[in-house]
Design a binder for this molecule. Sequence first.
Ligand SMILES: [Fe+2]
Length: 168
Amino acid sequence: MNSDNDLQIAGDILEVPHLLQPPREHPATVAEFVGMARSIAADRTQWEHLVRYDATARWYHRLRTGPGYEVWLLSWVPGQGSGPHDHGRSSGVLTVLEGTLTERTERATRALDAGAQRVFAPGYVHEVVNDALEPAVSLHVYYPGLTEMPMHTSPHCEARTEPRAVTA
Ligand SMILES: [Fe+2]
Protein backbone atom coordinates (compact mmCIF):
# COMPACT_ATOMS: atom_id res chain seq x y z
CA MET A 1 0.00 0.00 0.00
CA ASN A 2 1.20 3.48 -0.81
CA SER A 3 1.46 5.33 2.50
CA ASP A 4 1.50 8.73 0.70
CA ASN A 5 -2.01 8.17 -0.45
CA ASP A 6 -4.86 7.14 1.79
CA LEU A 7 -7.22 6.29 -1.05
CA GLN A 8 -8.13 2.64 -0.82
CA ILE A 9 -10.52 0.56 -2.82
CA ALA A 10 -12.60 -1.48 -0.45
CA GLY A 11 -13.43 -4.85 -1.87
CA ASP A 12 -13.16 -6.17 -5.40
CA ILE A 13 -13.72 -3.59 -8.15
CA LEU A 14 -15.04 -6.38 -10.39
CA GLU A 15 -17.92 -6.80 -7.94
CA VAL A 16 -19.19 -3.36 -8.92
CA PRO A 17 -19.28 -3.54 -12.72
CA HIS A 18 -21.63 -0.56 -12.93
CA LEU A 19 -18.62 1.57 -11.90
CA LEU A 20 -16.50 0.29 -14.78
CA GLN A 21 -16.68 1.60 -18.33
CA PRO A 22 -18.40 -0.95 -20.53
CA PRO A 23 -16.08 -2.45 -23.14
CA ARG A 24 -16.61 -0.85 -26.51
CA GLU A 25 -17.83 -3.10 -29.28
CA HIS A 26 -15.88 -1.15 -31.90
CA PRO A 27 -12.56 0.67 -31.75
CA ALA A 28 -12.70 4.46 -31.62
CA THR A 29 -9.16 5.57 -30.79
CA VAL A 30 -5.80 5.01 -32.49
CA ALA A 31 -4.77 2.71 -29.65
CA GLU A 32 -7.98 0.71 -30.02
CA PHE A 33 -7.54 0.35 -33.80
CA VAL A 34 -3.95 -0.79 -33.25
CA GLY A 35 -5.17 -3.18 -30.56
CA MET A 36 -7.87 -4.60 -32.84
CA ALA A 37 -5.28 -5.22 -35.56
CA ARG A 38 -2.98 -6.92 -33.06
CA SER A 39 -5.72 -9.19 -31.81
CA ILE A 40 -6.70 -10.19 -35.37
CA ALA A 41 -3.00 -10.81 -36.15
CA ALA A 42 -2.65 -13.03 -33.10
CA ASP A 43 -5.70 -15.13 -33.96
CA ARG A 44 -4.78 -16.84 -37.22
CA THR A 45 -8.16 -18.60 -37.39
CA GLN A 46 -9.66 -15.23 -38.34
CA TRP A 47 -7.65 -14.82 -41.53
CA GLU A 48 -5.29 -17.66 -42.41
CA HIS A 49 -7.83 -19.78 -44.32
CA LEU A 50 -8.94 -16.77 -46.41
CA VAL A 51 -5.55 -15.84 -47.84
CA ARG A 52 -5.03 -16.34 -51.56
CA TYR A 53 -2.01 -15.48 -53.68
CA ASP A 54 -2.37 -14.09 -57.17
CA ALA A 55 0.72 -13.58 -59.28
CA THR A 56 -1.21 -11.50 -61.83
CA ALA A 57 -2.72 -8.89 -59.50
CA ARG A 58 -2.41 -8.06 -55.84
CA TRP A 59 -5.04 -10.02 -53.91
CA TYR A 60 -7.19 -8.31 -51.29
CA HIS A 61 -10.24 -9.21 -49.27
CA ARG A 62 -12.43 -7.11 -47.00
CA LEU A 63 -12.26 -8.94 -43.70
CA ARG A 64 -14.47 -6.81 -41.51
CA THR A 65 -16.37 -3.56 -41.42
CA GLY A 66 -17.58 -1.48 -38.52
CA PRO A 67 -18.95 1.98 -37.96
CA GLY A 68 -16.69 4.18 -40.03
CA TYR A 69 -13.90 1.68 -40.57
CA GLU A 70 -12.87 -1.24 -42.79
CA VAL A 71 -10.36 -4.03 -42.30
CA TRP A 72 -8.67 -5.51 -45.38
CA LEU A 73 -6.50 -8.58 -45.79
CA LEU A 74 -3.85 -8.38 -48.54
CA SER A 75 -1.32 -10.81 -49.93
CA TRP A 76 1.91 -10.01 -51.75
CA VAL A 77 3.88 -12.48 -53.82
CA PRO A 78 7.57 -11.64 -54.21
CA GLY A 79 7.97 -8.57 -56.39
CA GLN A 80 4.43 -7.26 -55.96
CA GLY A 81 4.07 -3.70 -54.75
CA SER A 82 1.51 -0.96 -54.30
CA GLY A 83 3.25 1.84 -56.12
CA PRO A 84 3.59 5.18 -54.32
CA HIS A 85 0.19 6.32 -53.06
CA ASP A 86 -1.73 8.05 -50.31
CA HIS A 87 -5.06 7.08 -48.77
CA GLY A 88 -7.26 10.07 -49.47
CA ARG A 89 -8.92 11.21 -46.27
CA SER A 90 -8.43 7.89 -44.50
CA SER A 91 -6.15 7.18 -41.59
CA GLY A 92 -4.80 3.67 -41.33
CA VAL A 93 -3.01 0.95 -39.47
CA LEU A 94 -0.82 -1.43 -41.46
CA THR A 95 0.13 -4.69 -39.74
CA VAL A 96 2.32 -7.36 -41.29
CA LEU A 97 0.89 -10.81 -40.59
CA GLU A 98 3.38 -12.99 -42.45
CA GLY A 99 6.60 -12.48 -44.34
CA THR A 100 8.42 -9.18 -44.73
CA LEU A 101 7.27 -6.05 -46.55
CA THR A 102 9.36 -3.03 -47.41
CA GLU A 103 7.83 0.39 -46.89
CA ARG A 104 9.33 3.38 -48.70
CA THR A 105 8.46 6.93 -47.72
CA GLU A 106 9.98 10.33 -48.36
CA ARG A 107 12.07 9.93 -45.23
CA ALA A 108 12.98 6.28 -44.93
CA THR A 109 12.94 2.76 -46.23
CA ARG A 110 12.06 0.18 -43.62
CA ALA A 111 11.67 -3.56 -43.58
CA LEU A 112 8.48 -4.57 -41.79
CA ASP A 113 8.56 -8.10 -40.43
CA ALA A 114 5.59 -10.07 -39.17
CA GLY A 115 4.12 -8.20 -36.21
CA ALA A 116 5.35 -4.79 -37.34
CA GLN A 117 2.73 -2.05 -37.39
CA ARG A 118 2.60 1.39 -39.02
CA VAL A 119 0.00 3.98 -38.16
CA PHE A 120 -0.60 6.78 -40.62
CA ALA A 121 -2.72 9.90 -40.91
CA PRO A 122 -4.56 11.25 -43.96
CA GLY A 123 -2.12 12.43 -46.62
CA TYR A 124 0.61 9.97 -45.68
CA VAL A 125 2.47 8.88 -48.82
CA HIS A 126 4.21 5.55 -49.01
CA GLU A 127 4.99 2.63 -51.24
CA VAL A 128 4.78 -0.94 -50.01
CA VAL A 129 6.53 -3.76 -51.82
CA ASN A 130 7.43 -7.35 -51.19
CA ASP A 131 11.16 -7.31 -51.86
CA ALA A 132 11.64 -10.67 -50.18
CA LEU A 133 11.73 -14.18 -51.63
CA GLU A 134 8.69 -15.41 -49.69
CA PRO A 135 5.05 -14.28 -49.98
CA ALA A 136 3.74 -11.83 -47.40
CA VAL A 137 0.35 -11.14 -45.85
CA SER A 138 -0.78 -7.88 -44.30
CA LEU A 139 -3.78 -6.40 -42.54
CA HIS A 140 -4.97 -2.87 -43.21
CA VAL A 141 -7.44 -0.90 -41.12
CA TYR A 142 -8.81 2.28 -42.68
CA TYR A 143 -10.77 4.95 -40.88
CA PRO A 144 -12.89 6.10 -42.58
CA GLY A 145 -13.05 3.28 -45.12
CA LEU A 146 -10.77 3.77 -48.11
CA THR A 147 -12.64 5.50 -50.93
CA GLU A 148 -9.67 6.57 -53.03
CA MET A 149 -6.00 5.78 -53.28
CA PRO A 150 -4.35 8.56 -55.31
CA MET A 151 -1.19 7.33 -56.97
CA HIS A 152 2.05 9.33 -56.87
CA THR A 153 4.95 9.24 -59.25
CA SER A 154 7.27 8.57 -56.29
CA PRO A 155 6.97 8.65 -52.48
CA HIS A 156 8.43 12.18 -52.74
CA CYS A 157 6.01 13.71 -55.25
CA GLU A 158 2.54 15.17 -55.43
CA ALA A 159 -0.36 12.93 -56.34
CA ARG A 160 -1.31 12.34 -59.91
CA THR A 161 -4.97 12.81 -60.60
CA GLU A 162 -6.23 9.31 -61.24
CA PRO A 163 -7.21 7.35 -58.14
CA ARG A 164 -6.87 3.58 -58.19
CA ALA A 165 -9.38 1.32 -56.53
CA VAL A 166 -7.08 -1.04 -54.71
CA THR A 167 -5.86 -1.04 -51.16
CA ALA A 168 -2.46 -0.88 -49.54
FE1 LIG B 1 -0.98 2.37 -48.26
